[in-house]
Ligand binder design. Structure first.
Ligand SMILES: *Cc1c(COP(=O)(O)O)cnc(C)c1O
Length: 365
């Protein structure tokens, strides 16, 4: 029996996608091979990566002056690649100025890594209130090489409700946990990056969407594999890309297109999030720790109102255990913040959310 999987990542995939991948496992497109066995430069694989890119461009409305790259190393490697390519200079350790907004654990990781290659300045932070809101984003300074934000914060469950205007300073965003969850104006950004394993497909691929004028600025000492120019010049085929992951991303994008695209999935995602948040408003046992205006559509966190620490932990443990027994898995909050977290990415059906709320009501009683 399949469960409803609320994992923050890697996450549930649409059932239709898994069935399609299974049906093509031994013989994809009449080639007599699995996609896993294909040469990445073959006439069998090329249409697969090209189709994946074309669908991503169509569904996100990516303008023609942006490159799409399929890389490896996760979103975490972009914490290094962004400063190495946009702020590093000929003198290692003497990088240009870069602005960061600290909205959570991953933003903080990007800041720490970025500080090795850029003169990072944290212009705002919500750490004072345990990252439960998005701070006001100050205007960039003219010398900033770029301005970095994390559009959806996976661990506490916050979301930027508007995109800051950074003028001519390139806006860079980690969109790992919200890519294609709702329409996004790509032209407002210099770079968007996302690990695939939350909203796009299996782990192994990192999607980078980069405006062409931002490519080609890494100093000579930056390693060949960490340069956007290397991968852009070879259309992500400088070395072996994560072929099978790229293929499944293509299937997920096809599924999303058939559903009606970003606008259609945004309506469904809003409906799912509203169902849980509205329930939490009425709950006597749980509450959402996140300020209303900034609540994530993708990662819904909730904690017991119980004040006694021991009793609180007991409620959490019992909830996670009994939910799993009811077929609702991976609901424990991140180890750093505790509580519970339901990650309800694109592939989570409305029925899964209704089943969760039904369980919460029963548990509360
Ligand atoms: C999951 C996640 C990451 C880490 O991604 P990896 O692909 O594991 O490196 C970074 N940023 C955000 C916002 C995430 O949700």
């Amino acid at each position: 029996m399949r469960v409803y999987n609320f994992s923050p990542g890697p996450s549930a995939l649409p059932l239709q996608v898994l069935e399609r991948a299974a049906s093509e496992m031994l013989d994809a497109n009449g080639t007599g091979q699995s996609v896993m066995e294909m040469s990445h430069r073959s006439k069998d694989f090329m249409p697969i990566i090209e189709k994946t890119e074309a669908l991503l461009r169509e569904l996100m409305g990516i303008p023609a002056n942006y490159k799409v790259l399929f890389l490896q190393g996760g979103a975490s490697l972009q914490f290094s690649m962004v400063p190495l390519n946009l702020a590093a200079t000929d003198v290692p350790g003497k990088g240009k100025k870069a602005a960061y907004i600290d909205t959570g654990v991953f933003a903080d990781k990007a800041i720490k890594e970025g500080s090795k290659y850029a003169a990072v300045e944290v212009r705002a932070s919500s750490k004072d209130k345990a990252y439960t809101y998005i701070p006001e984003a100050p205007a960039p300074s003219a010398e900033d090489a770029y301005y970095h934000i994390t559009l959806n914060n996976t661990i506490v469950g916050t979301r930027w409700d508007k995109i800051p205007d950074t003028g001519s300073v390139p806006l860079v965003s980690d969109v790992s946990s919200c890519i294609l969850s709702e329409p996004l104006d790509v032209s407002k950004f210099g770079i968007l990056y996302a690990g695939a394993q939350k909203n796009l497909g299996p782990a192994g691929t990192t999607v980078v969407i980069i405006r062409e004028d931002l490519i080609g600025h890494a100093p000579a000492w930056v390693p060949v594999m960490l340069r956007y120019d290397t991968h852009a010049a070879e259309s992500s085929l400088y070395n072996t890309p994560p072929c099978y992951s790229i293929y499944v991303i293509g299937l997920v994008l096809e599924w999303l297109k058939n559903l009606g695209g970003a606008g259609a999935i945004a309506k469904i995602n809003r409906e799912k999030a509203d169902l849980i948040y509205n329930y939490l408003e009425t709950s006597k046992l749980f509450y959402s720790p996140v300020q209303k205006q900034f609540r994530s559509l993708m990662n819904v966190t909730f904690v017991p109102k119980e004040q006694d620490a021991e009793k609180k932990t007991e409620i959490e443990k019992r909830f996670v255990k009994e939910a799993a027994a009811a077929g609702l898995v991976n609901l424990a909050g991140h180890r750093l913040v505790g509580g519970m977290r339901a990650s309800i990415y694109n592939a989570m059906p409305v029925d899964g959310v209704k089943a969760l709320i039904g369980f919460m009501e029963k548990f509360e009683k």
